[in-house]
Design a protein around this ligand. Structure first.
Ligand SMILES: Cc1cc2nc3c(=O)[nH]c(=O)nc-3n(C[C@H](O)[C@H](O)[C@H](O)COP(=O)(O)OP(=O)(O)OC[C@H]3O[C@@H](n4cnc5c(N)ncnc54)[C@H](O)[C@@H]3O)c2cc1C
Length: 577
């Protein structure tokens, strides 16, 4: 029986209005495709808006010796050479043009004295490379892209959550969604779909991620047959707030260290000397996170279980000008004046290096008609992402995915909607309201976060991961009985959480299975039982995909490129010296 629903038809449907989705929609529409943008929150409020530190691009404004080759080398060194080399190449080559384009569209960034875009230092970047506006870069990026998208005539469906991709045979041909405010259902048909739904930090208890980061795109893509790559690599940002309890995990931007912030333990030691004396506070995030974790575990932590991050040696005016959000954040939330007292910080789950496996040039996933860009895709960052490389990734690969999807839509047949699929998707959602279950989605979410926090965190081992899988199985059984605690379809976050939790369960299982398979330590994946690099693993990615109801986990050769080998060897040799 057909359920009542709105029906919308487009050439290209973009799911997600963060930096990646907006840039993809602009690109698709510029190719003449009738383009729609669907997002869970309000336009302008996507998680990208929280980005603080900057966009990495080898413009050479502050360090004239910078060039794409060095950015490429830094990105590969940061990713421990497991990155998709073609993605890292395109990213390093194209980021400068994408940033200049943003400026031409009205983006305003901090300037050098000679009126060029200013660039700041960040961990793992050889040169000062991050274009920024104070510590509010994401806001400016979103504002600029949003202006451009709206003026280009893209149709936007806000507060509309996609719960399932629709298929016509093998190919993706649209999506099923509900309106958050009314609970009404909507069906979008499209010749191609771009997934740009961001990350999944909400699977962990301590996270810098916003409420909408529930890994929806990873899970929906997986359910539709897309392959996921690098899922074992989840980045824990070294500096989140550790106090007061209500704000634990909230990000303290790396720009603090970029501007000269110093890390000290409770004994006043500048402990990074022990972990990376060459780069110190500007070491890569995986290294700094492990260092902080170790200091705390070994009893040198601060009263609230973190370490100190200090900028009191900088002029107060510089701190307020370069780090205005951090100044306000600590003053308002913790009653700490960071120009006079150190901050207390500790690691927080921050970023998914893993996601849908895509073709570097076009953003095509392994499912026809489905494209991807941004944090819901994998490959670009390998085992660890450098700060600033996400915002540039959104611009470079958002554009490429939008163009790829528009080109596909140009020759794809009109989508045929299978009403049975629509009915199935609607029944699932309605079941969370009127089914026989009694499982509270909030309780299930909290239990999931605890499992991931305790057993699939910064340090892992076989016993912990195996035990996490058992716990996930138990949570899956409970998830079969999910039911919204109260209310109807209108304005009901409990109802929405039922579907979000299902997505997070799928993705948590993918992360855990991939982490169990990779028997070595590399980048953000640290195995206590396999503490060393393994050369063979260094040439392989872990790929997760669906086979019927089963989750399959496989080793695949990593994507390298002979023509870039010289650059990589040059860097490897320099690091070995
Ligand atoms: C506090 C913080 C600071 C950061 N600072 C930096 C920085 O300085 N530099 C840097 O490079 N990176 C930074 N990052 C990382 C970077 O911000 C993110 O990786 C990036 O913004 C992700 O962009 P995205 O477009 O992929 O997804 P998002 O910006 O997360 O957008 C996802 C979109 O998808 C929508 N969506 C999700 N699920 C659904 C669904 N089921 N149906 C419909 N719509 C859906 C959401 O509503 C949203 O519109 C930071 C991250 C955090 C948390």
């Amino acid at each position: 029986m057909a359920v009542e629903h709105e029906l919308h038809d487009y050439d290209v449907l973009v799911i997600g209005a963060g930096g990646a989705g907006l840039r993809a929609a602009i690109a698709a529409s510029a190719q003449g495709a009738r383009t729609a943008l669907v997002c869970k929150s309000l336009l302008g409020k996507a998680h990208t808006v929280m980005a603080e530190g900057g966009v990495a691009a080898a413009l050479g404004n502050v360090a004239p010796e910078d060039r794409w080759q060095v950015h490429f080398q830094d990105t590969l060194f940061g990713g421990k050479y497991l990155n998709n080399w073609r993605m890292a190449e395109l990213h390093a080559k194209e980021a400068p043009d994408r940033v200049r384009e943003l400026e031409q569209w009205g983006g305003v960034f901090d300037r050098t004295p000679d009126r060029k875009m200013s660039q700041r230092a960040f961990g793992g970047h050889t040169y000062r490379r991050l274009v920024h506006i104070g510590d509010r870069t994401g806001l400016e990026l979103i504002r600029t892209l949003q202006d451009k998208a709206v003026h280009q005539g893209i149709d936007v469906f806000m507060e509309c959550t996609v719960t399932r991709l629709l298929k016509d045979g093998d190919r993706v041909c649209g999506a099923f969604a509900y309106r958050r405010a009314t609970g009404e259902y909507a069906v979008f048909t499209a010749r191609s779909v771009v997934m740009a739904t961001g990350g999944g930090g909400k699977c962990w208890r301590i996270t810098s991620n916003s409420w909408e980061c529930t890994a929806d795109g990873h899970a929906l893509g997986y359910e539709a047959g897309a392959e996921l790559v690098d899922m074992e690599f989840v980045q824990f940002h070294p500096t989140g707030m550790v106090w007061p309890p209500g704000v634990v995990g909230l990000l303290v931007t790396e720009a603090v260290r970029g501007e000269g912030g110093i890390l000290q333990n409770a004994d006043g030691e500048r402990f990074m000397e022990r972990y990376d004396p060459k780069r110190m506070e500007l070491s890569t995030r995986d290294v700094v996170s492990r260092a902080i974790y170790t200091e705390v575990q070994e009893g040198r932590g601060t009263p609230h279980g973190g370490v100190f991050l200090d900028v009191t040696h900088l002029p107060a005016e510089t701190v307020r000008k370069k780090l205005p959000s951090m100044y306000d954040q600590f003053m308002e939330l913790a009653g700490v004046d960071i120009t006079k007292e150190p901050m207390e910080v500790g690691p927080t789950c921050h970023y998914f290096m893993g996601g849908m496996r895509v073709d570097a040039d076009s953003g095509a996933t392994t499912v026809p008609g489905l494209y991807g860009a941004g944090e819901c895709t994998g490959g670009m960052n390998g085992a660890n992402r450098l700060g600033g490389n996400s915002l540039s990734d959104l611009l470079v690969f958002g554009r490429r995915a939008g163009e790829g999807a528009a080109a596909y839509a140009g020759s794809a047949p009109a989508p045929a909607v299978d009403e049975e699929q629509v009915d199935g998707a609607a029944e699932e959602m309605t079941g969370y309201l009127s089914g026989p279950g009694s499982e509270d989605p909030y309780a299930l979410h909290a239990d999931l976060q605890e499992v991931m926090q305790m057993k699939v965190g910064i340090f892992r081992d076989r016993d912990g991961l195996a035990s996490a899988l058992e716990s996930l199985e138990w949570l899956e059984e409970r998830a079969a009985h999910l039911r919204a605690p109260s209310g109807g379809k209108a304005f009901n976050p409990g109802w929405h959480t039922c579907r979000d939790v299902r997505n997070m369960l799928t993705v948590s299982e993918a992360v855990t299975r991939a982490a169990l398979m990779r028997e070595e330590s590399r980048g953000a994946h640290s195995r206590l039982d396999f503490p060393q690099y393994d050369d063979d693993w260094g040439r392989h990615n872990v790929v997760v995909h669906r086979d019927g109801a089963s989750m399959v986990v496989e080793r695949r050769p990593a994507v390298t490129r002979d023509e870039l080998m010289e650059l990589v060897e040059e860097r490897r040799e320099a690091e070995a010296r």
